[in-house]
Design a protein around this ligand. Structure first.
Ligand code: ADP
Length: 346
């Protein structure tokens, strides 16, 4: 009975649906069985009426053939509908899987985001501690040493003088490290601010060279400076630029051999000033060249450093819209070339 109802529903054209409304079977399976039973019955009837050859019987025959054709077409159409339905089912299943994956990834990303926020907060706390708990006392110690030196270093004996010298050097090293860490945290947080002003380039460089002369003398390294005097001004942040020059020249001295040379050359083009610092030092091997600008990368054992200088230098140069290049031959020497725009186009 259900099968017949189902067939009727189908014949009235109420499709598509996935399962038979009445017998709950797959529509194609349900309809297929019915089709063959009914088709057999109709063909039987057709054969019988064929032998009774009068007009009503002929009309009946034609009607039966038309019905049969409608049923056949309906069956074929249903087959196609079922394929579409099946494809839809597969598609919606795939959609669901995709949705689940997106949900999972979103949850994972949310987790990473929370983790990053936590790290950022820790970083800020860390910077706060460095600033207040470390930098302030170190500065106080260095100032104390300066006072002792200015007031009566002559009253001290040789070992006391040495001790003061060591304390002073350690103080400055610690201050440099804390400053580097503070800069690093600002770079990482994208909070580097460039206070641009019109600067006399040669004066800026001269100040840095002067401050490094004692170190060069101590290490017996010759500092040769060659500045084209016609190069005058640049727009930039004096503190950051001095830090850049200091890091590069300090490295050149630090990684030089005794009696080595550090040549500092400044030239310019229409829109740029180019600083080249060339040393005849230990050089950088080819395999280390790719990583020297990475933070906390140290490639030379036995020479003090933090592995932050070049990372910070590059960040500051880029903050000025400039660029830094390096060329080196292992065992022979290194050249750093810094190109800075005279005026930064923001
Ligand atoms: P640090 O000097 O504190 O180690 P830097 O970031 O300034 O850190 O330098 C990273 C590394 O690059 C150094 O450890 C050193 O191996 C290499 N390097 C930098 N400048 C020179 C140079 N002038 N000559 C040879 N090696 C250098």
């Amino acid at each position: 009975m259900n099968d017949i109802k189902c067939l009727l529903v189908k014949m009235t054209g109420k499709r598509p649906f996935n399962r038979c409304k009445f017998c709950e079977r797959q529509i194609q399976e349900c309809f297929g069985i019915q089709f063959f039973i009914i088709a057999a019955a109709i063909i039987g009837l057709l054969i019988t009426t064929f032998f009774i050859s009068d007009l009503p019987a002929l009309v009946l025959d034609i009607m039966i053939v038309i019905t049969l054709l409608i049923m056949l077409l309906s069956y074929l159409a249903d087959k196609e509908t079922n394929e579409i339905v099946l494809n839809n089912v597969i598609l919606s299943q795939m959609n669901k899987e995709l949705e689940d994956k997106v949900k999972q990834r979103t949850t994972e990303l949310q987790g990473s985001n929370d983790e990053l926020t936590k790290i950022n907060r820790t970083m800020n706390d860390f910077v706060g501690i460095i600033n207040h708990e470390l930098k302030t006392p170190i500065t106080a110690v260095i100032s104390g040493i300066e006072v002792i030196k200015s007031r009566g270093i002559d009253k001290l004996d040789e070992s006391q003088k040495n001790l003061i010298g060591v304390m002073e050097k350690s103080g400055w090293d610690m201050l440099k490290l804390t400053n580097n860490l503070l800069d690093l945290s600002k770079i990482e947080a994208g909070k580097i601010v460039i206070y641009s002003e019109c600067l006399v380039f040669s004066k800026l460089l001269e100040e840095v060279v002067q401050s490094l002369k004692p170190e060069a003398e101590k290490r017996k390294v010759n500092l040769n400076v060659n500045i084209d005097r016609s190069i005058t001004t640049i727009f930039g942040d004096s503190v950051r630029l001095k830090q850049v020059f200091f890091n590069i020249i300090d490295n050149a001295i630090k990684y030089s051999k005794e009696n080595g040379n550090v040549d500092i050359k400044v030239t310019d083009s229409d829109k740029h000033i180019i600083l080249e610092v060339k040393d005849s030092g230990i050089g950088i091997s080819k395999e280390n060249m790719g990583s020297i600008f990475d933070k906390f990368t140290r490639r030379v054992a036995g020479i003090k450093g933090t592995g932050l200088g070049l990372y910070i230098t590059r960040s500051f140069v880029e903050a000025h819209k400039g660029n830094i290049e390096v060329d080196s031959e292992y065992g022979k020497g290194t050249t750093f070339k810094i190109t800075l725009p005279k005026v930064q186009v923001v």
